[in-house]
Write a protein that binds this ligand. Structure first.
Ligand code: AVI
Length: 325
């Protein structure tokens, strides 16, 4: 009876996506908040800024791989025409290289970018339609895997792009689940083009997540700013320190917000007081780094088979083409 009455009196905000996540994360031990909370408007802008940082080699390196091998990637897709679908497309800044190659090969191409941000998709559509004649853009505002449903392909082969090492922000079992969801919506022979960050010298990894200009720090702390704005919380971001460390056992960068002092933060919309001991952290993100073997294991467990892969000269990043079995 007591439990029932306390469930019934939980504040309304607990049942919103942000409220539920913050309630779950800050009442867990250790404390954690999911990385999707990074991406409000400011967070998305800060992430775009991160992709241009000198230390953040990922985006630049992947773009270089597309610049060099886009034709080959499409050639490997075989003789049938492809419809290109991009998961979490954002502003689709790297995809143009592949779309140009597709237009060159098959004359015209249908491109379906899927993202939760309508603003990003509108920007993507505008710059692609203006810059690459022959591409028909049909954006979908959706959570990625769900957006694949009912995409008419008129007998064309689907090539699903999942690039930018986004798969690396999932725990490996969840990464398999996401790819299985993608697979469920595809036909045998459809393709997945997956871009992932490789394991490398820990100093290079460390710098990519601890940039000198402090943009990654601002990106991480913006999560607290968002919780303040959306739930009326009283976080002082200056009383938290950005920490990004390499975990060699799990092959991942781990990102935290560490409390510099013992403090109590109230989150009125959730009727919650979060207590922090000095030095206690909120875990905000994992960014997994892969080898050719570790990514093949994930892709295969999801029911795909890797047919070809491309990398840069330093082998820092990999693009893997896989066929749906
Ligand atoms: C979006 N994702 C692939 C980025 C990464 O590198 O894991 C997010 C990020 N976090 C800190 N910097 C960039």
């Amino acid at each position: 009876m007591h439990i029932l009455s306390s469930v019934l009196t939980l504040p309304e905000a607990v049942s919103t996506p942000v409220g539920a996540e913050v309630y779950r994360g800050l009442t867990s031990m250790p404390k954690q908040l999911s990385p999707w909370l990074f991406y409000d408007e400011t967070g998305s802008r800060l992430f775009e800024e991160i992709t241009r940082l000198p230390e953040y080699y990922l985006t630049r390196t992947e773009r270089g791989i597309f610049a060099r091998y886009a034709d080959e990637m499409l050639e490997s897709a075989g003789h049938r025409r492809v419809t290109i679908i991009e998961l979490g497309a954002g502003t689709a800044s790297k995809t143009g290289l592949l779309l140009r190659a597709a237009v060159g090969r098959q004359g015209a191409v249908d491109y379906v970018p899927i993202d939760v941000s309508e603003t990003a998709l509108t920007a993507a559509q505008e710059h692609i339609e203006a810059g690459i004649p022959g591409v028909s853009v049909a954006p979908r505002v959706a959570d990625y895997t769900k957006g694949i449903d009912e995409i008419p392909t008129a007998g064309q082969r689907r090539m699903v792009l999942y690039i930018g090492s986004s798969i690396g922000n999932f725990e490996p079992p969840d990464a398999v689940k996401v790819l299985r969801e993608v697979r469920r919506r595809l036909a045998p022979g459809d393709l997945l083009l997956l871009g992932v960050d490789h394991v490398k010298d820990r100093r290079i990894l460390w710098r990519a997540y601890n940039d000198a200009a402090g943009v990654t720090e601002a990106f991480n702390k913006n999560m607290l700013v968002r919780v303040n704005r959306e739930l009326g919380a009283g976080f002082n971001p200056r009383l938290f320190q950005h920490r990004a460390i390499w975990n060699a056992v799990h092959s991942r960068m781990e990102i935290y917000l560490k409390s510099l002092i013992g403090q109590r933060v109230s989150i009125p919309a959730l009727d919650l007081e979060a207590e922090f001991a000095e030095g206690e952290s909120i875990h905000t993100e994992n960014s997994y780094k892969f080898t050719a073997e570790s990514i093949a294991a994930i892709v295969e467990r999801a029911g795909f088979s890797i047919t070809q892969s491309w990398t840069d000269e330093r082998e820092w990043f990999g693009v893997y083409l896989a066929a749906r079995l």
